[in-house]
Design a protein around this ligand. Structure first.
Ligand code: SF4
Ligand code: SF4
Length: 324
């Protein structure tokens, strides 16, 4: 077996590294391919951003109705947490409005980092809830080993396994979690519950939840973070970009009922937009900013997530609102 004696210990296994190494194996002198001309850096374009102009600074967002929105909304409501993230479109949960991830390093790192944070607790962290967030394909790629490490070391970690049946970040490549093979034909689809059990998670500590059902999701999360054991919460709704995603009738906002409380904005769905802001003075003299919203009914897929955050029931199915 040959390896490090013909290949460098660090760096990328690019063609210019591999060809000479293969040449050594074949006993031939294989030239490294001629390096391509470096692509010239694009010209710097200065854009002046003016408030009220066509372009406005804004953070990257998840898709309208993304099944991860409810996860991050729920995580942002749980106090005293350390949440390790992973690599995927769900890494966007680190940004506005949820700010619900504390670390993101590389594929599969959520598991090892969470176990490290659990085992490295000092007195001040003893009640900290340690949570790891990982997507289905990342779990297939590099997460399973980490989960075994957590159960083997009796880790007190709650793992959110976001099974959206897609590799959302890199273009939807098929993998053992998507139920289709590399040619797009029907194939085996792994059973995450069975894998988690096989890797040592107790059956009663594994939950499958619909991430649009906020009360059920929040209850499962709140209960599991309190239990000193390894738990896995698996979500079961597909990415909105897969071909089998079913859209439902859209929602709208009743302007007469909207109090401007901004709760629905915390969901982070790009179909919800602010139409008016107002600052009011509360009885105790402090100021409060209100934001009155509407829903872009062309974009809304009727996922029914944001209505669950609206106390005054101002978010209604567009159809029923038109009939009133
Ligand atoms: S949650 Fe309801 S009341 Fe609050 S801003 Fe949104 S639509 Fe208006
Ligand atoms: S129901 Fe709400 S969260 Fe779901 S797509 Fe429509 S606006 Fe977005």
């Amino acid at each position: 077996m040959l390896g490090k004696d013909i290949l460098p210990r660090i760096g990328e296994l690019a063609p210019n590294v591999l060809r000479p190494a293969i040449g050594k194996l074949l006993g031939e002198e294989l030239e490294a391919p001629v390096a391509l001309e470096p692509v010239p850096a694009p010209k710097k374009v200065e854009v002046e951003l003016k408030a009220g102009g066509n372009l406005f600074p804004r953070p990257p967002t998840m898709c309208v109705a993304c099944p991860h929105l409810g996860i991050y909304y729920s995580l942002s409501k749980i106090k005293n947490t350390s949440i390790s993230g992973d690599i995927g479109c769900y890494t966007l949960g680190a940004g506005h409005p949820c700010n619900a991830l504390d670390t993101t390093i590389c594929m599969g790192a959520s598991m090892g980092v969470a176990l490290g944070m659990d085992k490295g607790r000092v007195e001040a962290d003893k009640d900290k809830k340690i949570i790891a967030v990982i997507g289905d394909s990342t779990f297939m790629h590099m997460g399973m080993q980490g989960l075994l490490d957590i159960t083997y070391n009796k880790g007190n970690v709650t793992i959110l396994l976001l099974d959206n049946r897609a590799v959302g970040m890199t273009g939807g490549q098929y993998n053992p979690a998507s139920g289709r093979d590399i040619h797009g034909e029907d194939s085996l689809r792994v059973d995450f519950r069975k894998i988690c059990e096989a890797l040592g998670v107790k059956p009663e500590r594994i939950h499958e939840v619909n991430p649009y059902e906020l009360p059920t999701l929040f209850k499962a999360l709140r209960e599991e973070v309190k239990i000193d054991d390894t738990s896995v919460i698996i979500t079961n709704q597909p990415c909105v970009l897969v071909d089998f995603y079913s859209q439902l009738p859209p929602f709208t906002v009743d302007d007469d009922k909207c109090t401007g409380c901004k709760n629905c904005l915390d969901v982070g769905c790009p179909a919800i937009y602010v139409t008016r802001r107002e600052t009011v003075v509360k009885p105790n003299g402090s100021e409060k900013e209100l934001a009155f919203v509407r829903i872009d009914s062309q974009a809304c897929t009727g996922c029914d997530l944001c209505p669950k955050t609206c106390g005054p029931d101002a978010i209604l199915p567009l159809e029923s609102f038109i009939r009133q």
